[in-house]
Design a protein around this ligand. Structure first.
Ligand code: PLP
Length: 369
């Protein structure tokens, strides 16, 4: 049994992927090929209301997407950016990479997302932005975050690396905030076959800067008006993601919810299962439960041939790389407790019911012992 069966996901789109790759090999435009535009148009159209596509720039990774987003918003030395300590390190490391200072705010116990009440407490004169992460595939509390941002004149970046395909009321993940970013890391809901990411914004002028920054700050060849980098998504990667996208949109979003619903139905009376807040449609990048003895549950599952994973064992304020930051001296009890209790079960859209029943039985056996 696989934790995420990438081969099963590949099998559903393999003919389309083969054809798309053959096309790239035929035309040979490995950088800035037409597949990159096609991917950007498809994703932007998917996210926006009918007739109003969101601007999309495909980039080299979800980490690159965050760094470029911060640069495009002009965030740098002297600025503070509030974010969650319970996330993959990219969310905070990119803040430091652009010369700004990450400031952590604790999370909500039920969603694992940044807690707007804690964000408010963390605001200072230097705060310029909030990066909210849609952890495990559920969007953060954007109505509360947007109200805070408006009151204090802050930018919002939505880190939708784990939530592409999720929704909140009428809004899709990737459309919230001044800029939203996502990742196509292979294990993500819409995974590529290598590194990739995308940046989304409805602001035309920001979008132009974002595109320029990912391409060495160029508007036209050899005219560099802004400090940029090589942040591009290559044509082969774009072709793969674009070929997988229709299946993701038309089938896998629904299947992911069905697999999650089966877990939840069987486990909810016995363990702490993921809760989708009212109005939220969760995409379950991970199906993450809590256990009072997470390590022994992992061992019990392993002994039965069932893989599991822990996201995240160590919150970011405890990471050495951030130990010099004033925010690292604080405690974030909700994130710290989550880091000790969370465990993610095997999850992908094609998880067979028979395999899932085995996992459920093993979890129940351990948790009721
Ligand atoms: C919340 C979050 N932000 C950012 C990233 C960075 O994405 P990538 O691995 O594509 O650089 C990831 C994924 O790994 C992530 O989970």
């Amino acid at each position: 049994m696989q934790f995420i069966d990438i081969k099963a996901i590949h099998a559903r789109s393999s003919a389309e992927i083969d054809a798309a790759l053959a096309k790239v090999l035929e035309h040979g435009r490995y950088i800035n090929g037409p597949e990159v535009d096609e991917l950007e148009v498809s994703l932007g159209t998917f996210l926006g209301p009918i007739g109003q596509p969101v601007n999309c720039t495909a980039v080299a990774s979800g980490t690159m997407a965050l760094e470029v987003a911060l640069r495009a918003l002009g965030i740098g030395p002297g600025d503070e950016v509030i974010t969650t300590p319970f996330t993959w390190i990219s969310t905070a490391e990119t803040v430091a990479l652009v010369g700004a200072t990450p400031v952590f705010a604790d999370i909500e116990a039920d969603t694992f997302n940044i807690n707007p009440i804690e964000v408010k407490k963390a605001i200072s004169q230097k705060t310029k932005a909030i990066i909210a992460v849609d952890l495990f595939g559920q969007m953060a509390d954007y109505s509360a975050l947007e109200a805070i941002a408006e009151e204090h004149n802050l930018k919002i970046i939505e880190d939708a690396a784990q939530s592409f395909g999720a929704e909140q009321n009428t809004r899709k993940a990737g459309t919230v905030g001044h800029i939203a970013t996502t990742s196509f890391f292979p294990a993500k809901p819409l995974g590529g076959y290598g590194d990739g990411g995308a940046i989304f914004t409805s602001d035309e002028s920001l979008s132009k800067d974002i595109r320029a920054i990912t391409n060495h700050g160029c508007k036209e060849r050899e005219e560099h008006y802004i400090l940029g980098t090589n942040g591009r998504c290559d044509s082969l990667q774009a072709a793969i993601i674009h070929a997988k996208f229709p299946n993701f949109r038309d089938e896998e979003i629904r299947l992911r919810k069905e697999v999650a619903a089966r877990y939840t139905q069987a486990l909810k009376d016995h363990v702490s299962v993921p809760t989708a807040r009212s109005g939220n449609s969760h995409i379950y990048a991970q199906y993450t439960i809590r256990s009072m003895d997470r390590n022994s549950l992992a061992e019990a599952l392993k002994s039965k041939g069932i893989p599991s994973a822990v996201y995240y064992r160590k919150p970011l304020h405890k990471q050495k790389v951030f130990s010099h930051l004033p925010t690292a001296k604080k405690s974030f009890p909700v994130a710290e407790e989550a880091a000790e209790q969370v465990i993610s079960l095997p999850f992908h859209p094609y998880l067979r019911e028979t395999d899932q029943n085995r996992i459920i039985s093993a979890v129940l056996e351990h948790e009721s012992a």
